[in-house]
Design a protein. Structure first.
Lengths: 822, 154
């Protein structure tokens, strides 16, 4: 027994350096592609060059004769053993969705779809032989352009009879959460303001740095799959549900995973093909995609047309907002699929008090790569739509865009606030975040400079962009998911094990891929159990270690997974209490637990939790009837979403002679409630910002007229570099969440959700005096220049027209930047 | 097959390799140096950056046979006697990594950058790292890490 010691410093709130980093900075890593097993075979995929075609014949003979090839297999060879790639969220009961067989036998529905797999003794031999598989196709007309596809001009899947997958509607009058939006718009047409705009959310690619990789070992009693995935638990479920192998015979491991951003929130055809091949051959197999395969076939994100109608009184008080979306699902309805735009349905009203609201979304099948969650998933689209519209309203009313927002936003004394979309925002303070952001930005000085440049006719104009965002994250209360017909719950699981030597093992059902869970969760447990940070080990990403879990996405790991850990820790303490009382020969009622030690009130006698763990391990002297373990499980189902918010301000310089844009300054003041580790939070914000900025300025997945992805490499798909980006100014205000014990809110997606409209608002603000009110994303110099020249509405010529011709040696200009398309 | 002999992270190695084998494939597949990773098809992302004869190269852009007789340092050979290199230390100190996949290449490029220019400006750092992609950090803390390493004594 030890005497009571001084209280250690609180871990929560400390900028702890990450536990994860020692391995990562020395190359001591376990990426899936690093794994090698005895006798392991390698896979290469034979992929369709056509967006839509009938498979009329596959000649495998030459490939089968190629050196070191073990097998060449088609969809017909694998049969039902390959399972099905499932959609977990049918957004309407009558949703139209094609069956997604990992390797189809008769018809391909997008360029890049797998039609055969080569199995060989080395990756190089497999890839060599894949070139020798001779597939005959009968090309079919492809549904490519979203609006045309929505009109059913060409069918992506002819047997379905339509491209229209699901039509999902929320109406505040019907839901009883607000008024009738048509009436509000009608009234405003006669005595108020009506703003109608159509915005494009271009198609994006998550582009995690680690290409997807999967290893399957069928040689044990359990079949083990290692995969570069965000969702090992969901993957195990999907394999069990569709391939006939019981879950108890499946172990899925997500080892070190190199980023995801939603892009690894998928059960992929490649995983299922590797699974089927390994089972068929009885040998371990590995498949690692190339970067171009990743860009062509891993799911894409966004891809919407947004038709928006906002009504307001003449003073700028918004009276109604109507949202009509078209959303491109691609060739198949992915695991979340049409649920992504639906997640945006609750966010178009954002931080504002709109009396009437209507949201309708038509999801559409096309012959392009499938789409699904990409960082933010639905909320960036919503935030973009409303924050662009609020700027338009400010122009119409003739006031500063911050003033129009303040007129309409929820005041801090009005929380908790039930929105027109039916959500209850627990806490927030938009005034405080905005005041801090303005101060950091030097808002008034930059407005002065903008005026000077306007007045002097400076060829380089300055624009200021605003985004006062909120979002819903921490997915999610299971009951809410049930009402939305989502196929699973939103709880999270934790297990805390007290080892015989007094160390603590924390098992979480969340699955990190760069976030820093090991560090942040260690801080939480260190405080809760009063043990040293270094004594806590966080385990995750292996279904045999972490048997239950719902994985990592939707900024849920801390606000849901962290709460499960808190519950489990509290159970450990409660299990230890009667044992401590027994060992200290005191009454349970006289015990206090502080800083990791049970003390007897009024004495200096105490016992640390680690000492109790050792005593429980020996179990020589426990009270009668007490289980000899402190280990505890807990599952936590959140009572509400988490609603981080913030004010982002961006200054952009636009060269009106060349269309070049340059970021001058970016300020973000995010309110994410209580912060566990400010260093990790800063990293999440910075990285999120750049992904959102990249949508505004650089990134777009571009298809040509035949449905080939022409931005299929990192030369063509423009990920920003260090030289494209700037240093950011970030800070926080704090309105703790009132719906969880730690008072935290999610931060993983906030930067991406907020930054895109801030940047585009700034670019448009810089040239608005030239009569411009929109520039289509990405705001390339060409589009900005064309908008200034008045050559097209918002410079909105499709990027396709400007893409270099590919694969045609007869075309001039293959190696130059001239001759840019037709 | 061509026989090559070289030094990798201080060890003498010798192997028969296919002429088409890339240096990064040689490091990973023959030597088990999986600390060096492959992030793209060729030369776009910089994740595979190593030092060849004291200068940074993208090891996906060098044939293994071109390294014959040379000296290669990977992320696994950067620390000496159990002491982290100051750039490794700086990346941890400044939270210059998240998922860590670009990190080996980013660190090797940063070391090379500081070898050439011990006191770079922010712009020089950003331009010097232009060939290395990171999707997690937004580069903010990577730039801080290089500044931190430049300011610290090794």
């Amino acid at each position: 027994m030890t005497a009571v010691q001084d209280a250690p410093a609180a871990e929560i709130g400390r900028d702890r350096r990450r536990k994860e980093d020692e391995r990562l900075i020395t190359g001591r890593t376990r990426w899936t592609d690093n794994l090698t097993l005895p006798g392991m075979l390698h896979l290469a995929m034979v992929r369709s060059p056509f967006a839509h075609a009938r498979i009329t014949g596959i000649d495998k003979s030459e490939a089968e004769q190629s050196p070191n090839v073990v097998a060449v297999l088609t969809g017909a060879d694998l049969g039902e053993g390959q399972g099905v790639n499932i959609n977990a969220w049918p957004i309407t009961p009558d949703q139209v969705a094609p069956v997604h067989v990992p390797m189809p036998t008769d018809r391909v529905a997008f360029a890049g779809e797998t039609v055969a797999v080569v199995v060989a003794r080395s990756a190089a031999a497999a890839r060599d032989a894949a070139e020798l598989v001779d597939v005959d196709y009968e090309e079919l007309p492809a549904a490519l352009e979203l609006k045309a596809a929505a009109a059913d001009e060409v069918l992506a899947h002819p047997d379905l009879g339509t491209n229209k997958s699901a039509y999902w509607v929320f109406d505040s009058a019907e839901a009883g959460t607000g008024g009738n939006v048509e009436e509000a718009i009608e009234k405003a047409r006669s005595d108020g303001i009506v703003i109608e705009r159509e915005y494009r959310q271009q198609r994006l690619i998550p582009a995690f740095m680690e290409p997807r990789s999967v290893v399957v070992d069928p040689t044990g009693e359990q079949i083990t799959m290692w995969s570069a995935t965000q969702i090992p638990h969901i993957l195990r479920f999907a394999l069990a549900a569709t391939t006939g192998v019981p879950e108890s015979k499946i172990r899925v491991i997500a080892p070190d995973v190199g980023g995801g951003f939603g892009g690894k929130l998928q059960t992929t055809p490649e995983e299922f093909i590797a699974w089927a091949v390994a089972r068929r051959l009885g040998k371990p197999v590995k498949y690692t995609e190339t970067r171009s395969e990743s860009l062509v076939t891993a799911h894409h994100g966004r891809d919407q047309w947004q038709k928006l109608t906002l009504s307001a009184e003449k003073d700028g008080t918004v009276t109604g907002f109507k949202v009509e979306l078209l959303a491109d699902l691609g060739a198949y309805v992915a695991i979340v699929g049409g649920g992504v735009p639906v997640l945006g349905a609750f966010m178009f009203n954002s931080i504002y008090k709109f009396p009437a609201y209507h949201f309708a979304c038509q999801t559409v099948l096309t012959n392009k790569a499938w789409t699904d969650a990409y960082r933010g998933a639905g909320r960036p689209e919503a935030t973009y739509g409303i924050e662009r519209m609020m700027d338009e309203l400010a122009v119409e009313v003739g006031v500063d865009p911050l003033e129009i927002r303040e007129k309409n936003w929820i005041k801090h004394e009005e929380f908790p606030f039930t929105t027109v979309a039916g959500l209850e925002y627990d806490s927030g303070n938009y005034e405080a975040a905005t005041a801090r952001a303005k101060e950091m930005f030097g808002y008034d000085e930059l407005r002065d400079e903008q005026k000077q440049r306007r007045d002097s006719g400076d060829p380089v104009q300055l624009g200021i962009g605003i985004s006062t965002f909120t979002e819903m994250c921490g997915l999610a209360p299971s009951r809410v998911l049930g009402t939305l017909d989502y196929g699973a719950g939103g709880w999270e699981h934790a297990n805390i094990r007290m080892t015989a030597t007094g160390k603590v093992e924390v098992v979480t059902g969340t699955s990190a891929h760069g976030q820093g869970h090991e560090t942040a969760f260690s801080q939480i447990v260190a405080d809760r159990l009063g043990v040293p940070f270094e004594d806590v080990e966080v385990l995750h990403g292996d279904t045999q270690v972490s048997a239950r879990g719902l994985d990592t996405y939707g900024s849920r790991s801390l606000v849901v997974g962290g709460e499960a850990i808190v519950l489990a820790a509290d159970k450990v303490i409660e299990k230890a209490r009667p044992i401590a009382a027994h060992l200290l020969e005191a009454s349970v009622d006289d015990l206090e637990f502080t800083n990791g030690t049970f003390t007897v009130r009024g004495t200096d006698q105490g016992m640390a939790i680690g000492e109790i763990a050792t005593a429980v391990f020996a179990a020589h002297n426990l009270p009668d009837g007490v289980e000899p373990t402190l280990d505890s499980d807990a599952a936590y189902d959140p009572v509400n979403f988490s609603f981080p918010h913030g004010t982002h301000l961006c200054a952009m310089e636009v060269d009106t002679e060349t269309g070049a844009v340059k970021m001058r300054k970016y300020v973000a003041c995010d309110d994410i409630g209580n912060i566990i580790n400010p260093l990790i939070v800063s990293g999440q914000v910075h990285g999120g910002l750049v992904q959102g900025i990249a949508q505004a300025l650089w990134e777009e997945a571009v298809y040509d007229d035949s449905g080939t992805l022409v931005s299929g490499s990192f030369v063509d798909y423009l990920l920003p570099t260090a030289a494209d980006t700037i240093t950011f100014d970030i800070d926080h205000t704090t309105s703790p969440s009132t719906t969880n014990t730690l008072g935290t809110k999610g931060v993983g997606e906030a930067g991406t959700i907020a930054s895109t409209p801030a940047v585009v608002n700034a670019v448009v603000d810089a040239v608005r005096h030239l009569g411009i009110n929109d520039i289509q994303m990405p705001c390339t110099p060409e589009r900005v220049w064309k908008a200034i020249q008045g050559a097209g509405g918002g410079g909105a010529d499709s990027t396709e027209g400007a893409a270099m011709p590919h694969f045609d040696q007869a075309e001039p200009g293959q190696d130059s930047t001239e001759g840019a398309g037709s | 097959m061509t026989k090559i002999s070289l030094t990798v992270d201080g060890d003498q190695v010798s192997d028969d390799v296919e002429p088409r084998m890339l240096l990064v494939q040689y490091l990973r597949e023959k030597l088990g140096k999986t600390g060096t990773v492959i992030g793209c098809d060729t030369s776009n992302c910089g994740a595979c950056t190593v030092h060849l004869n004291g200068t940074s190269v993208k090891s996906c852009n060098v044939l293994a046979v071109q390294a014959d007789g040379g000296e290669v340092t990977t992320i696994e050979g950067l620390s000496t006697n159990g002491q982290l290199h100051k750039v490794q230390e700086a990346f941890r100190e400044c939270h210059g990594l998240q998922c860590g996949f670009c990190t080996p290449g980013m660190i090797m490029q940063s070391v090379d950058l500081l070898n050439e220019n011990p006191s770079p400006s922010e712009e020089e750092i950003r331009l010097g790292l232009e060939g290395n992609l990171c999707r997690c950090t937004g580069y903010h803390n990577i730039v801080r890490a290089v500044q931190h390493a430049a300011g610290s004594t090794s």
